[in-house]
Design a protein around this ligand. Structure first.
Ligand code: F0G
Length: 455
């Protein structure tokens, strides 16, 4: 029945799979590559049979109207756009926490320092569980429920597990989480526990957790919710629609996204490309991906192999969300960067910490992995790859409270080694705001205040 609305196409060999016969690991039976959802009635490509291209003006009106509705699926920033993700037989039964509809903020101070006229942050950390993962989770978990699964599972650097556990709890389903022991933030771990997941910390990294989970999924009746699941990407493409809508359907020139397992850049690229194909917008933004220097397999792949092959690596970064050495969606992400004319950059630990503090001082804040976007933007501006008149959007993927240990360590000067800070000491010092321990006396506080006013 699901074939009527969509099918799954391999991004490697183009083999088409029916959603009813897809493998449990969501890989192509012919070549093992990842699959992508497509909609024969309106997706780009030569499909047989009648085409029912939706009318762009009518869609824009409908999506706007739904903002006034009291229905759960209309209040969701994912299902509000359901015409472009018809993956459920019964969309009104979607499992939603009212995800999406996140704010687009202007970054005035950062823009000024970079000499840019139009710099924005699309804050996906303002989702119900504090990260962009909610938009994908509502889509894929609803699909799991519709297909009759009771158990869902993921390997995660923390945010996917938080989102999965929350949505599973809403749906009265059970969830299994595999996390790298000691390498994720306490806040994310606490979310999975609080939402009732069976939470396992394994003595390996994220890539090791992925390998273990692959075997578990083969042997047990659980539904895999890692981002190899192409339905996740259908939800994660909707921020592209929101961004376009927030710019009155004039898409920005450039979108900068952090790169870990590389699903998000792929999903947003798909969203923008579909919008253009449908006539909802006239062009696509450049999509650039930024990785941490010691977790940079895509950066190296594009540098040395033009994105045609990738070398798995032992990844390491304090931005634990993107501590990934063997990214599943690298092929999709490389294609999006190349199709849209974007770039792939890498940034150091000190550059990430500094950028995070700068976003904090805009009164916005984000988790470390999100801050790579600003750090990467600075490099692209310095290299002359971004013009001062371009409209640039940074995709902030996680809320600042996702990793407060990192923030506190930064301000207390215990985050970075001297070697890591080399060359940026002055900028880092300017951004640090250590707490002061004082006697409980007004005079002591006033002395501090006076010094701060004079500074
Ligand atoms: N930013 C944050 C805050 C993340 O949690 C992740 C990925 C990314 C960026 C990278 O996105 O993987 O699509 O390239 N977190 C995953 C997790 C891997 O398990 O929560 P990506």
């Amino acid at each position: 029945m699901h074939e009527a609305s969509h099918q799954l196409r391999c991004v490697g060999c183009s083999t088409v799979t029916s959603p009813d016969t897809v493998e449990k690991d969501f890989r192509c039976v012919a070549c093992g590559e990842l699959l992508e959802v497509e909609y024969p009635s309106w997706s780009g490509g030569p499909f047989p049979g009648p085409r029912r291209m939706p009318n762009p003006g009518a869609l824009r009106w409908l999506w706007q109207e739904r903002l006034q509705s009291k229905l759960g699926i209309d209040q969701s920033g994912v299902w509000r756009f359901r015409e472009l993700l018809p993956i459920l037989l019964y969309p009104e039964q979607a499992v939603t926490l009212r995800e999406g509809n996140t704010p687009l903020y202007r970054l005035l101070r950062c823009a000024e320092e970079l000499g840019l006229e139009h710099l924005y942050a699309k804050h996906q950390g303002m989702n119900p569980t504090g990260s962009f993962k909610d938009t994908g989770m509502t889509a894929a978990l609803s699909q799991a429920r519709e297909r009759g699964f009771q158990w869902v599972a993921c390997a995660s650097t923390g945010n996917t597990s938080a989102a999965m556990a929350a949505y599973a709890a809403r749906a009265r389903m059970s969830s299994l989480v595999l996390l790298p022991d000691g390498k994720i933030s306490w806040s994310k771990l606490s979310q999975a526990m609080d939402y009732g997941a069976v939470t396992c910390q394994l003595n390996t990294d994220f890539d090791g957790c992925v390998r273990v989970l692959a075997e578990v999924v083969r042997r047990a009746p659980v539904y895999l919710l890692n981002s190899v699941n192409p339905y996740r990407l259908e939800g994660q493409k909707t921020p592209a629609l929101e961004i376009a809508e927030q710019f009155d359907w004039q898409v920005p020139d450039h979108l900068i996204v952090p790169g870990g397992n590389l699903a998000n850049s792929s999903a947003l690229g798909k969203g923008f490309l579909e919008m253009k194909h449908l006539g909802l917008s006239t062009r696509v933004p450049k999509i650039s991906v930024v990785q941490a220097e010691r977790a940079n397999p895509l950066y190296l792949s594009l540098l040395h192999h033009d994105g045609r092959e990738i070398q798995a690596m032992q990844a390491d970064t304090r931005a634990t969300a993107i501590r990934i050495g063997n990214p599943a969606s690298w092929r999709k992400a490389a294609r999006v960067i190349q199709q849209t004319g974007g770039y792939c950059e890498q940034v150091s630990e000190a550059e990430i910490a500094l950028a995070k503090a700068e976003i904090g001082q805009e009164g916005i804040g984000c988790e470390p992995a999100s801050a790579v976007t600003l750090a990467g933007l600075k490099k692209l501006v310095r290299q002359g790859k971004i013009d001062s008149s371009e409209t640039v959007v940074l995709l902030l993927t996680g809320h600042t409270l996702k990793d407060s240990e990192y923030t506190i360590d930064f301000h207390r000067e215990t985050l970075l080694t001297a070697e890591e800070s080399a060359g940026l000491e002055h900028e880092l010092t300017l951004r640090r705001r250590a707490t002061l321990s004082l006697d409980a006396s007004p005079d002591a506080v006033l002395r501090v205040l006076e010094a701060a006013i004079e500074a």
